[in-house]
Design a protein around this ligand. Structure first.
Ligand code: HEM
Length: 469
């Protein structure tokens, strides 16, 4: 069980203390004559900076920073100076990365490098392009249709086992189901006797990325993550020869045989690294989206009924991708959920050389945090941004078109989520099947406490009243 966030933050402060820069001076000034401005900001509380606010209240931190300083500012966090990027103009410039100022490898590497090294999101520039080209083979339209065929019966089996009643922690149920789907669709295995060990290793590896104590202390989540990674490496490496030789349709088999148009293929190490990263990228994001959507539909029962009517009208659990896409209200509600609770709430970057961002100078080697979650809750791009209002995405209102980067739960530019269609398909297939079987609710005065993993999560695991229809 992961320690409560407040506890992890407290112990993390001790680590931050030992890593704090010797000075809380601002970022280096712009070179004379450059015409650029110095980034505004402040270190925050001496020594620890704003680590606490950043780690415990992503939304509040982002809003405060934007109000005080605007779209580009600096602050102290995780023992160093970090630039916070907010609002669609600034985010768009970093994501498009026209001048190749911003790198992922050491940006994301700072947070999750030891656990997800050489995953495609942690590669840069030419090398990233090559790997992404090969990886694309696992995400074609035909492949997605095959994954959905495997996924549908798995969803039915999981939901058939769900018990009903009060206080059902829906986050745990959903997490287990997406883990089971990942095992079948990605790994292509009924794991058998190894199941518990591999699943545990996977969960430990994912959680370690947000550990606040960033050192291998015995019993700590960082250490468990490193151990988990080793279990996964050995597990995948041992199976590569069989997967390469076979004709499996799971993602692991597909990666073993993937060949780009230019004839490039993955080495054994590449396959292990990509598998570990892909499992993580798919698992937490779908779990968060489904949990937050369950919450929003419990708080807005008229929308839950609307979606249910639409799903019941289709008269089948097992839909094709095209049928899932025909569920218009489900699509609107999913997009609104992704806006309100971006599952990857912050993206990481680092300046690989001196950079210009929105007229500001950012020195080489500066860690940057891209505030997706907070930016998707800001006026003027969104009306009443804290309200659940799926119709804002309907063509006649189209608030998401207020700016090219107003809605960006999947990022943008060359690192834009390669699994966005897969993710949308999985979320819709599960929600469709849930709506057809169950009705759920929360007490009228219930407000979900928001915790943090890769993005906002239900800190209390979202206890619901769940009834079978
Ligand atoms: C609702 C679900 C999902 C959300 C909100 C989401 C979000 C994101 C975001 C924001 C990024 C960009 C990271 C950056 O620029 O630094 C990203 C990248 C990525 N995602 Fe997703 N993701 C989702 C589902 C998935 C799924 C299901 C998969 C795999 C099957 C996946 C695989 C990836 C990969 C491989 C990357 C890195 C791409 C690259 O660097 O070229 N994601 N995702």
């Amino acid at each position: 069980m992961t320690a409560p966030l407040s506890h992890r933050i407290q112990s993390g402060l001790a680590t931050a203390l030992s890593r704090v820069p010797s000075t809380a001076a601002p970022l280096a000034p712009p070179p004379p004559g450059s015409g650029l401005e110095a980034v505004p900001g402040d270190f925050g509380t001496p020594v620890v900076g704003r680590s606490l606010e950043f780690a415990s209240d992503m939304l509040g931190f982002g809003r405060q920073q934007y109000e005080r300083y605007g779209p580009v500012s600096w602050t102290g966090a995780f023992g160093r100076r970090m630039v916070s990027v907010l609002g669609p103009d600034a985010l768009g410039q970093v994501l498009v990365n026209k001048d190749k100022y911003f790198g992922n490898a050491d940006g994301w590497g700072f947070f999750i490098g030891p656990f997800f090294r050489r995953g495609v999101m942690l590669l840069d520039f030419e090398e990233h392009r090559t790997h992404r080209r090969i990886l694309q083979e696992a995400f074609t339209r035909d492949r997605l249709a095959e994954y959905l065929e495997v996924m549908n019966p798995r969803i039915r089996r999981s939901l058939d086992d769900w018990t009903t009643g009060d206080g059902i922690r829906i986050y745990d149920r959903i997490k287990q189901m997406t883990l089971d789907i990942g095992t079948e669709v990605f790994v292509g295995a009924e794991l058998g006797p190894q199941a518990d060990r591999v699943n545990r290793a996977f969960v430990d590896t994912v959680h370690a990325g947000v550990a606040v104590v960033r050192a291998p202390v015995p019993g700590g989540s960082w250490k468990r993550g490193l151990d988990g990674r080793k279990v996964l490496e050995d597990y995948f490496a041992a199976q590569i020869p069989v997967k390469r030789a076979g004709e499996g349709r799971d993602m692991f088999s597909v990666l073993c045989r993937a060949r780009s148009d230019e004839g490039e293929t993955f080495s054994d190490d590449d396959i292990v690294n990509h598998m570990i990263f892909l499992l993580m990228a798919a698992h937490d994001t779908s779990t968060i989206t489904l949990s937050m959507m369950s919450y929003l539909l419990a708080k807005n029962p008229e929308w839950q009924e609307k979606l249910r009517e639409e799903s019941l009208a289709l008269d089948s659990d097992d839909l094709t991708g095209a049928e899932l896409d025909s569920l218009v209200s489900l699509d609107l509600a999913m997009r609104e959920t992704l806006r309100m609770y971006a599952p990857v709430g912050q993206l990481a970057r680092i300046t690989v050389r001196d950079a210009e961002l929105q007229g500001f100078h950012i020195p080489a080697g500066t860690l940057m945090s891209l505030g997706i979650h907070a930016s998707q809750r800001m006026e003027p791009w969104w009306n009443r941004p804290d309200e659940f209002d799926p119709d804002r995405f309907a063509p006649e209102r189209a608030e998401d078109k207020s700016h090219r980067f107003a809605w960006m739960p999947f990022g943008g530019g060359v690192h834009k989520c390669i699994g966005l269609h897969f993710g949308g398909m999985e979320v819709k297939a599960i929600m469709h099947a849930m709506l057809r079987r169950f009705r759920w609710s929360v007490p009228a005065d219930y407000v979900m406490p928001v915790g943090l993993t890769t993005g906002p999560t239900p800190a209390d695991h979202l206890p619901l009243r769940l009834e079978r229809l």
